[in-house]
Design a protein around this ligand. Structure first.
Ligand code: AKG
Ligand code: FE2
Length: 342
């Protein structure tokens, strides 16, 4: 088992072949997944909408409904080449599955500094992370270009860096297009939300969830809402993502060619709560490792975010303060964005 500082790589634990997970991965009873894997596609439960972006007649209405009722939805005909989605999954998987642990550790992120770039395992700085997620990840700083330094990214698939850079540019354009449509769905000029967010700070996180001997006791990623403006997620065909809606955890069916959109806290504030950032989490499973790629689009830390509607329901927030509160208090529920409510 590899240990770096306080970081243990979950992939090493899974490969050790133990039948029980170490105590630090055991969730308290109230956050354990109730989900019975056989009931994932339970027909009684609703499922996140699928929106065809090429359907200009209905796209605003459907987006508006999805943002109001879910805050998370699939999009198809999104304009990103489907081969690029596959390439991104391929290079991401190759880092986790084809590299030795020593090779991976040569990219280790700083375990004590939140959101530092590289190979890591813990979402929060150690002191606040009481129970660990059953997840390893690689975080890339991709935009603005002044933050993008591909020499910090894996070079093991020979085209890794090229694929990530291309993927970053495509996701950036898609995030901007979506914020335009979302603004229009509220009767705002197309550029309103993007202008309120300012230049995107984009991070791409490839998450790798090894198979887990006790999925009923663990979470791949604890419940949280994303803190920036908008997140764009692709995943493999395993599926373990859940979204919180109307008091239930709803399974997100993996759709291979779709991009899954998750509205984040700053969009909730800018839309004055008309659109909400939904809590979501990843569960684990005993059979298959799972891969997802989340691309986060955030404001600059110095940007002040405020509602675009009167009367405001949220107080203005300096984005960097929101990030600090998230890292110091933890993501539990939506305590950080709710603390901004007037
Ligand atoms: O792996 C997933 O499906 C979820 C990832 C996620 O929510 C995140 O990284 O913020
Ligand atoms: Fe998330």
């Amino acid at each position: 088992m590899e240990v770096l500082g306080t970081q243990i790589r979950v992939q090493s634990l899974a490969q050790d072949g133990k039948v029980a997970v170490p105590p630090r991965y055991v969730q308290p009873a109230e956050t354990r997944p109730k989900h019975d894997v056989g009931k994932r596609n339970d027909n009684d439960l609703p499922t996140p909408p699928v929106i065809d972006l090429s359907d200009s007649n209905s796209v605003h209405e459907e987006l508006g409904r999805a943002c109001r009722e879910w805050g998370a939805f699939h999009i198809i005909s999104h304009g990103v080449p489907l081969e690029l989605l596959d390439e991104m999954r391929r290079v991401g998987r190759s880092f986790f599955e084809d590299c030795t642990m020593d090779q991976k550790l040569s990219y280790a992120c700083d375990p004590n500094s939140p959101a530092s770039e590289g190979y890591g395992s813990r979402m929060l700085a150690a002191s606040n992370d009481k129970v660990s997620d059953w997840r390893d990840y690689f975080d890339h700083h991709t935009l603005p270009l002044s933050r993008r330094n591909p020499s910090k990214w894996p070079h093991f698939s020979s085209d890794y860096r090229k694929v990530v850079a291309e993927y970053s540019d495509q996701m950036n354009a898609l995030a901007e297009k979506l914020l335009g449509l979302i603004s229009e769905s509220l009767g705002l000029p197309s550029s309103s939300i993007k202008d309120a967010v300012g230049e995107f700070y984009q991070n791409i996180t490839v998450s790798y969830y090894p198979h887990c001997p006790q999925p009923e006791l663990t979470l791949g990623l604890q419940s949280h809402s994303d803190i920036g403006a908008i997140s764009l997620l692709i995943q493999d065909d395993v599926g373990d993502l859940e979204v919180w809606k109307d008091g239930e955890w709803i399974f997100v069916n993996p759709l291979h060619d779709a991009v899954f959109v998750i509205l984040a806290d700053q969009t909730e504030v800018i839309t004055n709560g008309q659109y909400k950032s939904p809590p979501h989490r990843a569960i684990t499973n005993a059979k298959n490792p799972r891969l997802s790629v989340a691309t986060f689009h955030d404001p600059a830390k110095t940007k002040v975010i405020r509602p675009a509607f009167e009367p405001p329901k949220y107080r203005p927030v300096v984005y960097g303060d929101h990030v600090l509160s998230w890292y110091s208090k933890g993501p539990e529920g939506k305590q950080n964005v709710n603390a901004l409510l007037l």
